[in-house]
Design a protein around this ligand. Structure first.
Ligand code: ATR
Length: 280
């Protein structure tokens, strides 16, 4: 029988690395809500059954992470515009008995830059490194905010072309060899690849080639200062780390499940940073 506690979850496979329980746990305590947010490991073959029994199990919704984002996209009754355009769902909730799927990664990306580099969307052409799932969310955010010249650079050119075709006007596709030339007049450089993640070496773009007013951001947040951000800082460019995107993408889900729009505060950031430290 469903109890009075408001229940939400994050599911992935694996899911134990997820920081989402810490984020939502902090907000639940902060707002004195009788709620829970659990990490649930679900193998791909069990994911559809898991989704079908959510309501019966008393869940108001939850987050979906790798490898279930595309499966969730296919299973929901309705999708928000961001999920539709990105092709993946990371947030589930119920409305009038129907299951909705949304994608809050683009919101998280834009809100992080709004916090730390206000005015970013008017800063000029954007160069986006990578053409995977994370890149789709970033490109959606850039288009939503009116960035008119979005340049996707990817090791596998065909994947960049696929995204260019998906997002249309204002988006161009390039191989790695074009990177240096594309940086010369760019106002924003975004890394969406795992390059520079802990244990994953390499820099695929040199911030030294960017103009002085350029902003550099990385969606990777382990380590908080990636080699790309370190090089940009050495070049005295404005840098924004990826942790704020993680924190901000959690906001709309919490509001759906628990009825309060939570804040991304310095206190929350410090809690998650402290949790990252042993892994650096
Ligand atoms: P995500 O959903 O996190 O974006 P993904 O879909 O696996 O993950 O995409 C990973 C991105 O990082 C891709 O753009 C990938 O380039 P390819 O499309 O050529 O595979 C990029 N990437 C990963 N490792 C890389 C490397 N060593 N050098 C250059 N690009 C790399």
């Amino acid at each position: 029988m469903a109890d009075a506690t408001k229940k939400a979850f994050v599911t992935g496979h694996p899911v134990k690395h997820s920081r989402s329980p810490k984020i939502h746990g902090h907000w639940l305590a902060r707002h004195g809500i009788d709620g829970s947010y659990q990490a649930i490991d679900v193998a791909p073959e069990n994911f559809a059954a898991f989704v079908k029994t959510l309501q019966a199990n008393g869940y108001r919704g939850g987050n979906v992470t790798i490898p279930h984002k595309e499966a969730a996209f296919a299973l929901v009754d309705h999708r928000d515009q961001a999920a539709e355009e990105i092709g993946a769902v990371n947030t589930l909730w119920f409305e009038d008995g129907a299951l909705w799927g949304g994608n809050t990664d683009a919101h998280g990306f834009a809100a992080n830059l709004d916090d730390h580099a206000p005015g970013w969307a008017g800063n000029g052409p954007a160069v986006v490194l990578g053409a995977g799932g994370a890149s789709r969310a970033v490109i959606h955010a850039l288009k939503q905010r009116g960035v008119a010249d979005i340049r996707i650079v990817n090791r596998t050119l065909a994947r960049a072309i696929e995204l260019r075709d998906r997002f249309g006007a204002g988006v161009s596709a390039h191989g790695m060899a074009a990177t240096d030339e594309l940086l010369g007049d760019a106002g924003l450089l975004v890394n969406t690849t795992a390059l520079g993640m802990h244990g994953n070496e390499g820099l695929s773009a040199d911030p030294a080639l960017l103009p002085d007013h350029a902003i550099v951001t990385d969606i990777v947040y382990v380590p908080l200062e990636t080699p790309l951000l370190a090089a940009a800082r050495a070049r005295k460019l404005k840098t924004v780390d990826g942790l704020g995107m993680l924190l901000h993408q959690a906001v709309p889900g919490f509001e759906h499940w628990f009825g309060v729009r939570p804040q991304v505060t310095a206190e929350l950031r410090a809690i998650i940073v402290a949790d990252l430290v042993p892994k650096l």
